[in-house]
Design a protein around this ligand. Structure first.
Ligand SMILES: Cc1ncc(COP(=O)(O)O)c(C=O)c1O
Length: 455
């Protein structure tokens, strides 16, 4: 079980003392947002201002205390300000903040640790400071490995906001659209299996992974110039709504890539480092990708990310310099090293598996009990509840998504909206008691929305 350093600060949550967002939050938000523009839907729908975080608890400037079901944004997975991580960063903040890409004692230890916990073949590493830069580096690495220049990614995956990362994603939504009218040349998108809304099914209605692979093959023949370097995929769709593919999809895609000389680029920025109960989400299917990106939980709040390739491709990394202003700085290495050590020391993977089962069971029951819950999804602590107007037609119920998000926030749950799919990424240290508390708040909010809409 996870250590209980966070329990004292969680005593008595949620504790809501003012209307929320409270008066101080409202004033602060109004002043800041006059100049700080382009805020996410999450903030616009609930402009609360946070002042402090400890473990699974967030406190706002009005003194209201919230249960955290978002981990920042899939980031502070070991809890806000984990003492070991904070102390490790503080140590290097006083000793050596930056040494370009020179080796430092803490980088030596981190690299050793990463090689230890990642699948055996994945051991050629570069460090960056945000997820998009790691994805960008992964795309450069793929080109350096096989000299090809086309990339295939999937509908509703997300990989960040740099040009290549944006080119791997849907471009008709908000901020991503502003990057231009088209994706970069050589980037294509295809559907991937969504068990609740499949594109290709077998006669019995179940998802047909082979049909997806056949489609990819035809697409590559007809729609590309035959120079496909890599498939770029999230193992589990995060922004898309915590959507896990069927178990046979990645093994089949791995075989296909092997047969065609195409690399498998696995973007684990969101799903990796324990969130699903394994170090990598891809470990669920015993698939070893050729290239992996890590971020978010990797530094538990400190901006540090990684791009890792298989040993057989290590030399290609020498062609793409790892040098960056902040990548691999001592504070970053310390945060990542401490985070990995905490996952081991506090048996975080085990906690995620155990409490994750509780989440799944409880969410299944919610689905049975509520007419607007069309589907519940997730493994470990990467979770989603899909709201629909009608279980038969599966019409998305976006308005309900917004209302449930706001109602639950008002009751003291800090979390993430995503249209009609309610996404949850609680800190991985959470126990069943607080898992139940969060789900109860959500269920109560769903019931209220159902009532207001005449269900
Ligand atoms: C799967 C995935 N890849 C990459 C990114 C980009 O990471 P960052 O926001 O750190 O650039 C994200 C961010 O949400 C992500 O979810």
């Amino acid at each position: 079980m996870a250590a209980d350093w966070w329990k004292a600060s969680a005593e008595g949550i949620p504790s809501i003392k003012t209307e929320v967002p409270g008066p101080k939050s409202q004033a602060m938000h109004e002043k800041t947002s006059r100049h700080y523009r382009g805020l996410s839907g999450q903030v616009k729908l609930f402009p609360v201002c946070f002042e402090e975080g400890s473990g699974i608890t967030l406190t706002d400037v009005d003194g209201n205390r919230f249960l955290d079901f978002s981990s920042g944004i899939y980031v502070t997975s070991l809890g806000h300000c984990h003492p070991k991580v904070s102390e490790a960063v503080a140590h290097w903040a006083k000793k050596l903040m930056n040494a370009h890409d020179f080796t430092t004692p803490v980088k030596e230890k981190l690299i050793e640790k990463m090689v230890d916990v990642l699948p055996a073949d994945l051991n050629a590493i570069q460090l960056y400071s945000d997820g998009a830069s790691a994805v960008e580096a992964a795309i450069r690495a793929a080109r350096a490995i096989n000299g090809k220049h086309e990339f295939i990614s999937c509908f509703r995956d997300f990989h960040g906001k740099s040009m290549a990362a944006v080119s791997c994603a849907q471009m008709v939504r908000g901020d991503v659209y502003s990057y231009g009218p088209t994706r970069a040349p050589g980037f294509y998108m295809v559907p991937r299996p969504n068990p609740y809304r499949p594109t290709f099914t077998k006669a019995d209605g179940t998802i047909d992974s082979d049909a997806y692979i056949r489609f990819y093959d035809e697409f590559i023949q007809e729609g590309t110039v035959g120079n496909v370097s890599a498939f770029v995929l999230e193992p589990v769709q995060g922004w898309g709504g915590s959507i896990f593919p069927p178990d046979d999809f990645f093994p089949k895609l791995r075989d296909y890539c092997n047969n065609k000389g195409i690399l498998l680029l696995d973007d684990e920025v969101l799903a990796g480092m324990g969130r699903t109960g394994e170090w990598l989400a891809m470990d669920h299917w015993n698939v070893v990708p050729d290239i992996v990106t890590l971020g978010k939980s990797f530094g538990n709040g400190f901006p540090v990310t990684a791009m890792v390739v298989k040993e057989e491709y290590a030399e290609a990394l020498d062609k793409i310099s790892a040098s960056s202003s902040y990548g691999g700085n001592p504070m970053a290495c310390a945060a990542a090293l401490a985070s990995i050590e905490v996952i081991e020391e506090e048996q975080i993977l085990q906690n995620v598996r155990t409490v994750g089962q509780y989440f799944s069971k409880r969410m299944q029951k919610m689905k049975e009990d509520h007419p607007i819950i069309g589907d519940v999804k997730g493994t470990g602590f990467l979770l989603g509840i899909e709201l629909v107007k009608d279980k038969q037609t599966k019409e998305p119920f976006t308005e309900a998504g917004k209302l449930v998000y706001q109602k639950a926030f008002r009751k003291g749950l800090a979390w993430i909206p995503a249209g009609h799919i309610l996404r949850m990424s609680p800190p991985l240290i959470m126990d069943e008691h607080y898992a139940e508390m969060g789900l109860s708040i959500i269920e109560e909010s769903i019931a209220e929305v159902e009532k207001e809409h005449g269900y």
